[in-house]
Ligand binder design. Sequence first.
Ligand SMILES: *Cc1c(COP(=O)(O)O)cnc(C)c1O
Length: 495
Amino acid sequence: MAVMYKSTRNDKDKITASQAILKGLSDDGGLFVPDNIPALDVDFETLSKMSYQQVAYEVMSRMLTDFTEDELKHCINSAYDSKFDTDVIAPLVKKAGADYLELFHGSTIAFKDMALSILPYLLVTSAKKNNVKNEIVILTATSGDTGKAALAGFADVPGTKIIVFYPKNGVSPIQEKQMVTQKGDNTSVIGIIGNFDDAQTGVKNMFNDKELAGVMDEKGYQFSSANSINIGRLVPQMVYYVYAYSRMVANGEIKAGDKINVVVPTGNFGNILAAYYAKEMGLPVAKFICASNENKVLYDFFETGVYDRNREFILTSSPSMDILISSNLERLIYRIAGDSAEKDVELMTALSTTGKYEISADMKGKLSEFYGNYASEKETADTIKRVYDAEGYIMDTHTAVAATVYEKYKEATGDTTPTVIASTASPYKFTRSVMEAIDSAYASKSDFELVDELNKLSKVKIPQAIEDIRSAKVLHDTVCDKTEMEAQVRRILGL
Ligand SMILES: *Cc1c(COP(=O)(O)O)cnc(C)c1O
């Protein structure tokens, strides 16, 4: 059966998967959601013998039904290749009472690679299928990791340009260095004076600007999005939850059909939503454990049913989760409102005018599979040190937020269900925070000295992504105010 996509803010129009990937965001400001999620009619015994690429085909072919088998296999095999430093693509590592699903073995060493290494192929294929003649301009706001992963994915891809905005003072030094050294004639990277939410709002406003779209079309351009609002990112993210489960079946930790929990360090709510969609496809998940840092807007939401972004924006050691407007939550809101575009519009209008909304008791009742909690900066650092001391395993700050929240969950519930923790970044990407958590004496060392120290402690090979930036030249140095984002886009495209 075909899966069609419709906006969370409009029940009427339905478009194909490839059209939804091209558009990114609906014209009415809503996000595209599948009109049904087909059952994954392959048993887990069979899946447990498949490679990552084969599992990816099984999952993605159920969701992207207007792609042919050849098209989809071409996209999958082009994305999940030797860009990853391990054949298994996403290793499952058992440490300290949980299964860490390491999603950082791609070219930019954060989990964004899982989706952004395939998105360019999905997008170019979608453009061909729909006879798009315009050049596609990928416009992206990033809290650090999406930007680099998108730049790496789209650099020098014919028929595309990519423009990335990041908060100038809101990303780690290594994240910034990775972005501003990006090669590729079609790439632009701009720091803004503002935070991630400002960058994301600026990008959303440009997407919704009909006048700008008209001017672009005249010049042969159209926007698309590489942010996690694009279903071309969400669908590839469903894959690794199914894959992780199938590896647990393969290694005898669970039997096919047993339930697992998943813990996800959450920012924009994309990664955890992909797990939720995987459950709708048939993955046996008991609890979705949503882990936040001190920007704990989601924890408060799960506790009270009130989403309230009116609060101080805190810069933490897990910057990719420093977010107060979790865009993908809208897809869950739509679902728990009984797929009601009307209710969704009501709540999202409240969010954009007053900065908050409250869901009904009935909607809140549908969130019982979710558990939310958060980790303070100190708790996050303590977890890194505790797990290193006990196991010699060094995790990054985002993963440590998840591991901390998982401990809180176990303490609160006594639940011993086998649990997968999404490990979203390499510790090498957040070296300073990680090393200072292990020993404050590291504070006096330079970033690249710390890289070498981390290598000594962890005995994990220094990733190529880090070696590459040691000596790379800065190629992008534009900084603008958050109000000047559109002017920058017009300058870059010559509009
Ligand atoms: C993006 C990111 C997250 C948050 O993921 P969402 O899908 O936005 O919830 C967590 N950790 C790292 C390292 C990230 O890059």
